[in-house]
Structure formats: structure tokens, C-alpha cells
Design a protein around this ligand. Structure first.
Ligand SMILES: Nc1ncnc2c1ncn2[C@@H]1O[C@H](COP(=O)(O)OP(=O)(O)O)[C@@H](O)[C@H]1O
Ligand SMILES: [Mg+2]
Length: 218
């Protein structure tokens, strides 16, 4: 699903990742950790095609990100759901409208949108708050809405950048269980985190970024 070979990512003069290699298979649950500034967010952005790679090869769903063809990346993004820090909920939209957003962009018909949004609201256990605004929800509940929004267009790859970063332990556990359940549905899930979750009771891969390299932790 994702294959990196001799992948280099850099900004102007700063090399963030230097000739790294890794494989992510369909259905994998992957945690990426590493110190602040080690390049975790940059790697996720490169996978999403939001940051051009500098050198080497990065294949995502058979799209070579090095070539950076706009049309192909637009199409690729239809198969990716993202939970990024700089992609917050729309404050004056209801929870259900926020979740529907990717489907509205994709011009799905209203019936399809309503069904999908209801399913997702049930999945994140917030059906009773469908008409609330984001600031009427706790941080943990808002993050669950963010996860539901990322799933709305049925992507097969989910990218999450520190999705539990600002949450208390209880809410963080709940969001992690949500990712676990998504992964159990067969979706590939990649989670960047500075703190590895404990007691996941599930198979996962753990990549650790250090000194511009990526090591798999066993
Ligand atoms: N837009 C940018 N322009 C220049 N340098 C950046 C930019 N974004 C991140 N960096 C630098 O790249 C390095 C990795 O950043 P980042 O991927 O955000 O790390 P992490 O997510 O692991 O904290 C840092 O040294 C950071 O300062
Ligand atoms: Mg980051």
C-alpha cells in the first residue's frame, strides 16, 4: 500500500528524513513516534501529497509521489482520510454537517450522505449530539467527530497526526479504540504519536524516527 525507498524529505536546506525505506501493507495499523521536530508530520504530509518529496521513491496506492502529478494526487486523496492538527472542525457547522463535509465536496446525493452520517454518528457514539456545534462538545468528543469526518468518504487509508495529543487519558483511550475498530474493518491506519498507547491488544507496527532515519521497533 505504501512503499518508501531511498526516500528523502527536506525543507530548503534542512534534511528531515534521509534515504529511508519502509513498507506498509493493506490492513496494517502503524504507529509513528519520535521526538518533536523529528519529521513525523512531514512524513504524513508527504504520504498525503501535501509536501513534495526531495528524492527517492514514495509509492502510495500505486501513485509515485515523487512525480507529483496534480490530477493523480487529487484522485489518490479520495482514498485517504486525514485527521490533521491544522484541519479543525468548522465552528459554526453542526456536528453532522461537519461529518458530511467530505461527501458534500464529493457531490454525493442527500440520501447517501444522510445514511453515511448516521452510521458514523452511531459508530462514534455521538448520535445524540448530531445537531450540536463543535464548541458544545468536549475535546475528546470533537476529536471523535474529526475521525468520523475522515471516514465519511470511505477511504481505505487513514492518516492521523497526534490525534490524542490534547486529550485526557480517558478520551485518548476512546479515540484509540476507535482507530482500532476502524483497522479491524480492514482499513490501513497510520497514527503519529509522541506517546505510544499501552495495552492495545492488537497487532501493530511501530516506526521510530531518529537522526533522519526510520527504524521499526519490535
Ligand atoms: N513548512 C516548513 N518549513 C521549513 N521547515 C519546516 C516546515 N515544517 C517543518 N519544518 C521543520 O522540519 C522538521 C520536522 O518537522 P515536523 O515534521 O513538523 O516534526 P514533528 O512532527 O516530528 O514534530 C523540524 O525541524 C521543523 O522545524
Ligand atoms: Mg508534528
Amino acid at each position: 500500500m505504501i512503499q518508501a525507498r531511498d526516500l528523502t524529505i527536506s525543507y530548503d536546506n534542512e534534511v528531515v528524513l534521509n534515504k529511508v525505506a519502509f513498507n506498509i501493507n493493506p490492513g496494517d495499523l502503524v504507529f509513528i513516534s519520535g521526538k518533536s521536530g523529528s519529521g513525523k508530520s512531514s512524513l504524513l504530509k508527504a504520504i498525503y501529497g501535501a509536501l513534495k518529496i526531495t528524492d527517492g521513491s514514495l509509492l502510495v496506492n500505486n501513485v509515485e509521489m515523487g512525480k507529483f502529478q496534480k490530477g493523480k494526487i487529487k484522485k489518490l486523496r479520495r482514498s485517504i482520510g486525514v485527521i490533521f492538527q491544522d484541519y479543525q472542525l468548522v465552528e459554526d457547522w453542526s456536528i453532522e454537517k461537519n461529518i458530511a463535509m467530505p461527501l458534500m465536496i464529493g457531490s454525493f446525493n442527500k440520501k447517501v450522505i444522510d445514511t453515511q452520517v448516521n452510521n458514523l454518528l452511531n459508530h462514534i457514539k455521538l448520535a445524540h449530539k448530531a445537531h450540536r456545534l463543535p464548541n458544545e462538545l468536549s475535546g475528546g468528543e470533537q476529536q471523535r467527530v474529526g475521525v468520523a469526518r475522515a471516514l465519511a468518504h470511505s477511504p481505505n487509508l487513514i492518516l492521523a497526526d497526534e490525534p490524542t495529543g490534547n486529550l485526557d487519558e480517558y478520551s485518548a483511550d476512546m479515540v484509540m479504540s476507535l482507530f482500532k475498530s476502524i483497522n479491524e474493518l480492514g482499513k490501513t491506519v497510520i497514527i503519529v504519536t509522541h506517546k505510544m498507547p499501552q495495552n492495545m491488544n492488537v497487532n501493530f507496527k511501530h516506526f521510530y524516527i531518529e537522526d533522519r532515519g526510520i527504524n521499526e521497533v519490535f
